[in-house]
Design a protein around this ligand. Sequence first.
Ligand code: HH2
Length: 258
Amino acid sequence: MLPLVMGVLNVTPDSFSDGGRFWDHDAAVAHGLAMVAAGADVVDVGGESTRPGAAPVPPEEERRRVVPVIEALAPHVRVSVDTRKAVVAEAAIVAGATLVNDVSASLHEVAAAHGVGWVAMHMQGEPGTMQHHPRYDDVVGEVRSHLVGRAERAREAGVDEVWIDPGIGFGKITRHNLALLAHLGELVATGIPVVVGTSRKRFLGTLLAASDGVDDVPTDDRLEGSLATATWAMAEGAAMVRAHDVTPTVQAARVVAG
Ligand code: HH2
């Protein structure tokens, strides 16, 4: 089966890789439509960065950022809203979003009340502090049981479409991220469709820098690492990958599907 590609659209001034680029409404909509033309199955609109240490955004401001962009894109493509706030998710659904991409894995009741899909992502801690001292005895087992529990609760609440996501980089150091990718099959084996987002993330910069003998590789130079890990995830059974670079990721999905 052809894995789906979720294109990232951050309407923020401070997201770690595309912050400020689609801050303007017209630029955001144009980029969303370009991702649709490039083959994105879903466009994921976010109005608050979750990068480590990002400043929180008040709900009214987050809503102001995402709603007009969702209204413009929803007639053309399936839109997800990347939020941790119920009021923002609700406004996004009214504007046309049909999937709640929830890095807090806590908004299943909103999805149930409105009959839309829900992505439960795993995060240890909060964005402000999550990278300080992430600790696991068994990262794969802990992430899996957390997500399966959330998915069961959501199904009981009446959510028909539930996805799970290991939350690469969310309260995880490189070793944790690599373990989750290496054992992705254990999440896939739950039978719940899996989303994976590795695109341009810090662990890629760390890995690539180590082999290049430099301190870090900037986000714009992480395309190959993003594609390698997205391809790996799809080959291991991920049903959807979240990506900034939609054209090459769609090509990779087609190659993986054969
Ligand atoms: N990663 C980010 C944001 N949302 N949602 C899911 N389901 N999975 C992810 O891995 C994921 C996500 C972080 O990336 P980005 O949106 O590019 O950056 P920022 O949070 O700085 O806006």
